[in-house]
Design a protein around this ligand. Structure first.
Ligand SMILES: Nc1nc2c(ncn2[C@@H]2O[C@H](COP(=O)(O)OP(=O)(O)OP(=O)(O)O)[C@@H](O)[C@H]2O)c(=O)[nH]1
Ligand code: SF4
Ligand SMILES: [Mg+2]
Length: 399
């Protein structure tokens, strides 16, 4: 709730009176935010509701007053909603089994002009299904993937189905936050980066997530101090004041956490990237399922790309070993790689890769699909931290 309203994604809900705009909002937020009634024109002023729509992020819904007067001129009709349109990042146009007419078409035209992404929700499908002819009429305006047929009253999967469609429409700058760590601390802060140079470190270079973090801190006017864990104590002594943040490779977390005073925020590169390429809260929640794994339970290691498995491969060797050690159970651990989404019903847990070769949008879609199927999902960085017992301290700075 600390996110400023201006930083939230504004989702405007539009449509004629009585089509179920307020009912839709209430179902998505799972609250009686807006008054619902069968009297047309129930919502007279815009109703706003801020919430955390996981894993999408902080959003602000705008439930608008429906317009009934189909005789009014197009400009007049649009004028009434224009104030809300101007605040809308993503629009939801709701209609019912009667489909769309000039009113919705004018809205679509306006959204296209203003480059506002939108979704058409065909509501009240429990009362009457929209006819193929009327559906065709909508298809002339928008692609199939932007249409959601539902019932705000009886569709139990409405929230997941809406989020799945929404993630595909979200503006890029909202989905792919450009910040790795620079938003966690004020500009000019001192940050220590701990990069172990062991036999796993690539010869003569520093791996991409570490380089990206360093670049991000430079962009944020921070002062970065890069050391191995063996020089960390001396680095802390050299500083006049404690650093604002210490970021370490998760393999060295235990050693580093013993050196860094408890009052200095500490996290790992993999946690920063779990946030950048996924959703920390969803992954943290998913990791809790590790505790409940039993003999014979199936765990899916889901990777976004097919890469050559190396000897000590993280998804095939390291994480399976950590999981077995942590749980002490005989787990059945399977791997799946690629952009397709596999059948997941049999699994008790999904552990997603760090997603360095894909974007956050794909990972958010996968989180939603897993949620829909009721399967916990976490990722490499969070699962490793959880197994090593370092998760609570590593995510404290994000709380
Ligand atoms: N059966 C059924 N009834 C619905 C559905 N959605 C909404 N309703 C009913 O339709 C009526 C109007 O719903 P509202 O949510 O108030 O509609 P609105 O679009 O917000 O209406 P205004 O605020 O007047 O513009 C209410 O009686 C709802 O219970 C649905 O999917 N199925
Ligand atoms: S972490 Fe990167 S390289 Fe590894 S499977 Fe995922 S996308 Fe591919
Ligand atoms: Mg209403």
């Amino acid at each position: 709730m600390k996110t400023l309203k201006s930083m939230r994604l504004h989702i405007g809900i539009f449509g004629k009176t009585n089509v179920g705009k307020s009912s839709f909002l209430n179902r998505i937020t799972n609250q009686e935010v807006s008054i619902v009634s069968d009297i047309a024109g129930t919502t007279t002023d815009v109703v706003e509701k801020s919430m955390e729509l996981l894993p999408v992020g902080p959003v602000n819904f705008l439930d608008t007053a429906g317009i009934n007067d189909s005789t009014a001129l197009a400009e007049e009709r649009i004028d009434k909603t224009m104030k809300i349109i101007n605040r809308t990042d993503v629009a939801v146009i709701i209609c019912d089994y009667n489909g769309i007419d000039d009113y919705e078409k004018d809205l679509i035209k306006k959204f296209d002009e203003l480059k506002i992404p939108y979704l058409i929700v065909i509501n009240k499908q429990d009362i009457k299904e929209i006819t193929p002819q009327k559906y065709e009429e909508i298809l002339k305006q928008v692609a199939d993937e932007k249409i959601l047929k539902t019932s705000a009253i009886t569709d139990n999967e409405i929230v997941c189905r809406f989020k799945e469609k929404l993630v595909k429409l979200l503006p890029d700058e909202f989905v792919n936050s450009p910040k790795v760590a620079g938003d966690l601390i004020p500009p000019k802060s001192t940050v220590i980066l701990v990069i172990p140079i062991d036999k796993e470190a690539p010869k003569g270079r520093i791996i991409l997530p570490q380089v990206q973090t360093l670049r991000d801190l430079l962009d944020s006017d921070c002062l970065s101090y890069v050391v191995k864990e063996s020089e960390l104590e001396q680095a802390l002594e050299n500083l006049k004041e404690p650093p604002a943040l210490v970021i370490t490779d998760s393999q060295a977390f235990k050693t580093v956490s013993e050196i860094v005073p408890e009052n200095v925020p500490l996290t790992s590169f993999s946690i920063l990237f779990a946030r950048l390429k996924g959703d920390l809260s969803a992954f943290e929640e998913g990791a809790k399922a590790i505790e409940n794994l039993n003999d014979g339970d199936k765990v899916l290691i889901l990777e976004s790309c097919t890469h050559h498995a190396i000897e000590d491969d993280i998804g095939r060797v390291k994480i399976p070993n950590l999981l077995r050690k942590k749980t002490g159970k005989e787990l059945v651990i399977e791997n799946f790689a690629g952009h397709d989404f596999p059948e997941i019903a049999d699994y008790k847990l999904i552990i997603h890769c760090g997603a360095c070769m894909t974007n956050r949008r794909e990972i958010l879609s996968r989180i939603i699909k897993a949620n829909e199927a009721g399967i916990p999902i976490t990722n490499y960085g969070i699962a490793i931290s959880y197994c090593l017992g370092i998760l609570p301290r590593a995510i404290k700075i994000f709380k």
